[in-house]
Design a binder for this molecule. Sequence first.
Ligand code: ZN
Ligand code: ZN
Length: 199
Amino acid sequence: MAKMDRCPICNVAVKPENLIRHLNDIHPRHPDKPGLLEELKEEPGRIPQKRAGRPIRIRRWQIAVVAVIVLGGLGAVYLPPLLSGTPAFPCIGQEGVGLVYHWHTDLTISSGAASVSIPAGIGISTFCLEPLHTHEANGRIHIETQTARLYSIGDFFRVWGKSFGNPTAMHVNGTAVTPNPSLTLYDLETIHLQYDSFS
Ligand SMILES: [Zn+2]
Ligand SMILES: [Zn+2]
C-alpha cells in the first residue's frame, strides 16, 4: 500500500488504509464526514488492510516467541531423561500394532523372606514403549515385539535398570533351574527368582 490518497476535507496525503481513521481523528464533527465514511467503507482495502494486516503479523511473532519458550521449557524437562536413559531396545511404535508376537511371563522375586514388588510401567516412558514392559505392578512381563527375535530374563532386567546379580535359586514353571540371565522368555510361563538380598 505505497499509494497515497488525499483527504477530501483537508487535502492532506493519507495512506488509503488510514483515511477512515484520519477522518475520525481529525474531522470528527465535519458535516461531510458521515457521508464520506459510508462511501469509504464500501471500498476494498480501507478497513481490512488496517484491521487484519498488521495485528496478524504481530501475532505470528508472538506465537513464534511463545513456541520457542514452550519448546525450550519442554526440552529442559524431557531432554535430561532422554539423554540419561537410552532405551535398552528399539521402541515399538504403539501398543498392539504390527507385533510379531505378544507373550506374557509372570515374574516373582524374593529377597530373603520378603517378596519384591515389580513396579508397573517398566519399559514405558513418554517417548518409548519397549518390547519388554509391565503394565501393572503384578509381575506380569509383556513381551511385545515387532522383530522376530526372542528375549531373555536378563533383557527384562536391562529394561528395568536392575542388575540380575546372583540369585540363589531360580524356578521356571515350578521347576528348579540353574540361575541364568540368558533364560529365554516364552508365553504363559512363571519365573521365580530367589535372592539373599535383592536391590
Ligand atoms: Zn503392552
Ligand atoms: Zn500384554
